[in-house]
Write a protein that binds this ligand. Structure first.
Ligand SMILES: [Zn+2]
Length: 144
């Protein structure tokens, strides 16, 4: 499932507060380049036990691997003061195996982001959490 980098929509979030990153698809070109090891380490750390407001919509699989594609079901939310970057778990595989370079704004946000579920993280993610809670209330009690 393809979503444009820095677009306002991905599989698990939509709105002006969303910045999608790493939702690659073989039908669309992506930015290639190397990344700093410190960024990759920080990203992997965030993905060890990511804060998750919604259930995964199921695993997605890498389309760039010719055989035995890697799959991943988890996603990661990286909040900043203005937006929330949302990336699939597969982003690490795209970076390490397919030379993907995410947007600079995402790299900076990952490096600046407090540890997942730490008090500092929960403070930054609170508006996002409220949006998801609001969405689940609306879907449980659909308006007629
Ligand atoms: Zn792959």
């Amino acid at each position: 499932m393809y979503y444009q980098d820095l677009g306002e929509e991905c599989m698990v979030g939509v709105g002006p507060w969303v910045r999608a990153v790493g939702w690659l698809d073989i039908a669309y070109p992506y930015t290639q380049g190397s990344v700093e090891p410190a960024f990759l380490e920080a990203l992997q750390q965030h993905l060890k036990r990511p804060w998750t407001p919604v259930a995964s919509a199921g695993p997605h699989f890498c389309q760039f691997c010719p055989e035995k594609p890697r799959g991943g079901a988890a996603n990661v939310w990286i909040p900043t003061e203005r937006h929330v970057f949302i990336a699939p778990e597969l982003i690490v595989h795209y970076i390490t195996d397919h030379g993907y370079r995410p947007p600079e704004a995402f790299i900076e946000a990952v490096l600046a982001c407090p540890a997942q579920s730490s008090p500092e993280y929960m403070e930054l993610i609170r508006p996002t959490q409220q949006r998801y809670e609001e969405m689940s209330r609306v879907s449980r009690h659909p308006r007629r």
